[in-house]
Every structure is written in structure tokens, then in C-alpha cells.
Ligand binder design. Structure first.
Ligand SMILES: [Zn+2]
Ligand SMILES: [Zn+2]
Length: 174
């Protein structure tokens, strides 16, 4: 599948390139193995090019859905992210000076020197904006590890030694 928004840099020298796009959820889903969009993603921004560097800045806004870490029920959350990215064309990246620079600055990406793939930026920004751990609510009881019942909606008779998972983790260290 081809990119929806690809900004060709050929004619951009010394000028500002504004862009804006609305992605339908199904155009980007799945974002990764855990994140799906439930509403359209709005992106807007601008691309600037100087001699051998490209700067992209903008904003992404949408709603995403992930599974609760404990009970696996869907959790929806708003996503709102500002981004500012520096790109160095692949050929220049090979030269040692640029390579050292990019190792120091994680916001620098390498690209093919011809176009900026906005689809990829949007997906990346959504992944970065969604917390790696999400709970449906703070007091989510999770799933019984023995019978699999969702303990928020039902009780089971399983006997578990009720160890706080944080203590269990400490126990494993010793
Ligand atoms: Zn939960
Ligand atoms: Zn159980």
C-alpha cells in the first residue's frame, strides 16, 4: 500500500512546505501490535529544508485504543502530540561527522533524501504518545491467573497467595 502523504523535497529548497491531512482510522490501523485508532487522525505541520537537512514540525491529534494491562478490556484515550524532527539524507549520514551527531540526538532520523513519509511520522508519534502501560482504571483487579475470569466482573473460588505484584518482583530479585 502506498503512502497517503509523502512530501517530495525536490522543489522545497528555501521554501516552507505546509501540510495537513486527516487519516481515517482504517488507513493507519493497526498502528502497532497494541494500538488501534478509533477516530480519524488529524495531522498538520510544515517542512523546511536547508542545504542538507530537513526539519519537520507539526501536531497529531486522534483517539486510540489499547488493552488494559491487567484485564485486557479495551481502553480508549486521547492522543495529542507535537513533534519536531530533523532529517539528514542517507548519503550525508554515512559521513562520520553526521553519524556522530545523530547518535547524540535521538530526534534525528535518516531518510532517502527525496521525500518525507508523513504516514510514518504520524504512526511513530502515536506510538510515542501512548503510555506503555495502560489500565482501564487504577483499581482494576485484572484476570485470575488460574481460571481466567475477569475479577472486575466476577468472583472465583481459586486460592491464590495474594502477593502484591510489586513485592513479587522484589522477591524474584533475591
Ligand atoms: Zn483493567
Ligand atoms: Zn480464578
Amino acid at each position: 500500500m502506498g503512502a497517503f502523504v509523502r512530501i517530495e523535497l525536490e522543489n522545497l529548497e528555501g521554501r516552507k512546505g505546509d501540510f495537513a491531512h486527516v487519516y481515517q482510522p482504517e488507513e493507519l490501523n493497526p498502528i502497532d501490535e497494541r494500538i488501534r485508532l478509533t477516530e480519524p487522525a488529524h495531522v498538520s505541520g510544515r517542512v523546511r529544508r536547508s542545504r542538507n537537512q530537513v526539519f519537520v514540525e507539526g501536531h497529531v491529534e486522534t483517539r486510540a485504543q489499547v488493552e488494559c494491562d491487567r484485564c485486557l478490556q479495551p481502553v480508549e484515550l486521547p492522543v495529542s502530540a507535537d513533534f519536531a524532527l530533523d532529517y539528514i539524507p542517507g548519503a550525508d549520514y554515512e559521513s562520520s561527522e553526521a553519524a556522530e551527531l545523530t547518535e547524540a540526538e535521538m530526534s534525528v532520523s535518516v531518510f532517502d533524501g527525496e521525500a518525507i513519509d508523513v504516514d510514518e511520522i504520524v504512526k511513530e508519534q502515536i506510538v510515542l504518545a501512548v503510555p506503555t502501560r495502560m489500565l482501564c482504571r487504577d483499581e482494576c483487579k485484572g484476570i485470575c491467573p488460574q481460571c481466567g475470569i475477569d475479577k472486575n466482573t466476577g468472583e472465583c473460588k481459586c486460592v491464590t497467595d495474594d502477593i502484591d505484584p510489586r513485592w513479587a518482583a522484589l522477591k524474584n530479585l533475591t
